[in-house]
Design a binder for this molecule. Structure first.
Ligand code: NA7
Length: 565
């Protein structure tokens, strides 16, 4: 057991404990990219740290989301760590957009290369984290009954890590096989010869449907809201593409860190793929030409076709209509095409999807689309799905129904700060954070890419590196100055919340019932959760806070805390 006096940063040794209790400087929750990089950097500071991870392996989102067709919608050359020049030179991606198995292999490579596994405890789900004010320590409890004590707790729990099943009557009565895309069986699923239902048409479904349609005898897609999707134009990585990246990684990564999304859409272009002109400032002919070119290039750079697609409704309308025109061109049956055309929200305000042959799949004879707006689901039955126009039988149901995004995983853990303040209560009306990094009342508890930071609106790995680097600098500052506690002020948290909210409301994002807004979870407050100021701007804001002596934070040394008692 640890002693009772509160050690300073760097003084707690990885305790052998009594078998059930162990002490560390830092406990990290989650062994995805965020948790792994945090562990790596903490070692440089000489701090003892341990990752607690529910899964049997590293990789976070890429460990769980093994559904057919799962791949990243950020190009592989950019969806990868930049902190190690050697790592980025030695690793080779096989495709422009890597598939899940390759990204998971990369995560495993990182874990091995940096010898991270010895400080990761797998199959350990954190159930509670309680702050002991007197000892200035976090007590972290696990589902296995273990207790960890740590000066700092880092929640690297991911933004899309709590899969959500739909609340449909009779769901548990179904007798066939059921799957959720976010918890896919490791051994894979063979749908050959089966009648399969897919419920949901978000990014996961849009990737999975074309692959599943090739296996299943019959695939029925239950769509509540259609999505805008852009072809990925994925293909094998070529030396011509990889070479310039590898030879100029440093300046490219540096530039990407200043971009709104943390992505260079076209590294060979002077403006990195951002067309800095309003869609309304050019002729209809020119607009069409630009959209056609982006459609041909593929991927999310479509949203950078003009500079006001997420802020100007008229501009957005032109992009939305362009994609609808493409859907009508691709899908042969006009009635099906119309059902697939999103019409009641602006393009990009729900996460834009990136696909391979998604709309084309509806031309297959074995694929059927059910419009739940016209014929809603009444119930899941023991044999299948019953909508208002009747029951359909299936051998398997795939729920591609998304996640309790950004806050779900944190709210599942019983997190309590000063005076027993419960995060669940604090966030009852929506998440409140300072910089998406910390919360008032929860000292020494950090979030990697928490709500209120760019997170899901960005290349996650760029944002993860920025958060971890900032935190490591803050911890080094504390170490150097004998500071034992860092905590945002309530005022700083409130004004950051206003800033995040104002930034969101300057865009069209708030017009869509999206998971960014918490709209996919019944009873969840409708708040635009990520910070849309942009990765580059946000980085500057965080750096300024640090340069001003951690403005908005209260830094306390142990001596001062004891004197105040
Ligand atoms: P999403 O994008 O949240 O998509 C979930 C889909 O499931 C969406 O089409 C929902 O329709 C649908 N859904 C949810 N509940 C129901 C019920 N009850 N009935 C019918 N349809 C339902 O999750 P994904 O996993 O696809 O993607 C999440 C992110 O992962 C993605 O944005 C990328 O960042 C990676 P709705 O739109 O709510 O009407």
């Amino acid at each position: 057991m640890l002693g009772t006096s509160t050690p300073q940063v760097g003084q707690v040794q990885a305790g052998k404990g009594d078998g059930r209790t162990a002490g560390y400087d830092v406990i990290i929750v989650g062994a995805g990219f965020g948790g792994m990089y945090m562990l790596h950097r903490l070692r440089e500071l000489g701090l003892s740290a341990r990752i607690l991870e529910a899964a049997t392996g590293v990789g976070g989102t890429w460990y769980w989301n093994r559904y057919p067709g799962a791949r990243c919608d950020v190009e592989s050359m950019q969806y990868s760590f930049s902190f190690s020049p050697a790592l980025q030179q030695e690793w080779s991606w096989s495709e422009r957009f890597a598939a899940q198995p390759e990204i998971l292999a990369y995560a495993n490579h990182v874990a091995d290369r940096f010898d991270l596994r010895r400080d990761i405890q797998f199959e350990t789900r954190v159930t509670a984290a309680h702050y002991d004010e007197k000892a200035n320590r976090w007590q972290i409890l696990t589902d296995g009954g273990e207790q960890f004590l740590a000066r700092f707790c880092v929640m690297a729990t991911g933004c899309l890590s709590t899969a959500k099943l739909p609340e449909i009557e009779g769901r548990d009565s179904y007798k066939g096989a059921t799957y959720h895309t976010g918890y896919w069986p490791h051994e894979g699923v063979d749908f050959t010869g089966l009648r399969v239902a897919v419920i949901g048409t978000g990014s996961s479904a849009i990737q999975a449907i074309p692959v599943m349609a090739e296996q299943a005898t019959h695939l029925t897609v239950f769509q509540r809201t259609p999505n805008y999707s852009i072809p990925s134009r994925n293909g094998p990585m070529t030396p011509d593409y990889e070479g310039p990246w590898k030879s100029s990684y440093e300046p490219r990564r540096a530039k990407a860190r200043t971009m709104r999304t943390g992505i260079l859409y076209d590294a060979s272009d002077a403006n990195f793929g951002i067309n800095d002109v309003s869609a309304m400032a050019v002729s209809e002919e020119e607009r069409r030409r630009v959209y056609e070119a982006r459609w041909e290039t593929g991927g999310t750079s479509f949203m950078a076709a003009f500079n006001d697609l997420i802020t100007n409704q008229a501009s957005n309308d032109t992009a939305s209509e362009f994609v609808r025109s493409k859907i009508r061109e691709i899908v042969k049956d006009p009635a099906t095409a119309e059902i697939l055309c999103p019409k009641d929200y602006p393009i990009g305000t729900k996460r834009i999807c990136v696909d391979t042959n998604y709309f084309e799949t509806y031309n297959r004879p074995n694929v059927e689309l059910i419009d739940l707006k016209a014929t809603p689901i009444e119930a899941i039955t023991p044999r299948g799905v019953r909508t208002t126009d009747g029951e359909r039988e299936f051998d398997a149901i795939v729920y591609a129904t998304g996640f309790d995004a950004m806050t779900g995983t944190l709210m599942k853990i019983d997190i309590r700060g000063r005076k027993g303040l419960a995060l669940r209560d604090k966030w009852a009306d929506g998440p409140q954070t300072y910089l998406g990094l910390m919360c008032a009342g929860l000292p020494n508890l950090f979030m990697i890419t928490g709500p209120g930071s760019p997170s899901v609106l960005s290349n996650m790995i760029v944002s993860i590196e920025q958060h971890v680097d900032w935190l490591i600098d803050a911890l080094a500052h504390m170490q150097k100055n004998g500071i034992t506690t860092i905590e945002p002020t309530a005022d700083a948290e409130v004004s950051w919340g206003h800033h995040v909210n104002e930034a969101g409301h300057r865009t069209l994002y708030v017009k869509a019932a999206s998971w960014y807004m918490g709209a996919n979870v019944a009873g969840k407050p409708r708040v635009f959760m990520p910070y849309i100021g942009g990765v580059g701007v946000y980085r500057q804001e965080c750096d300024e806070v640090a340069a001003k002596g951690y403005e908005g934070f209260v830094l306390t040394s142990q001596a001062r805390a004891e004197a105040a008692e």
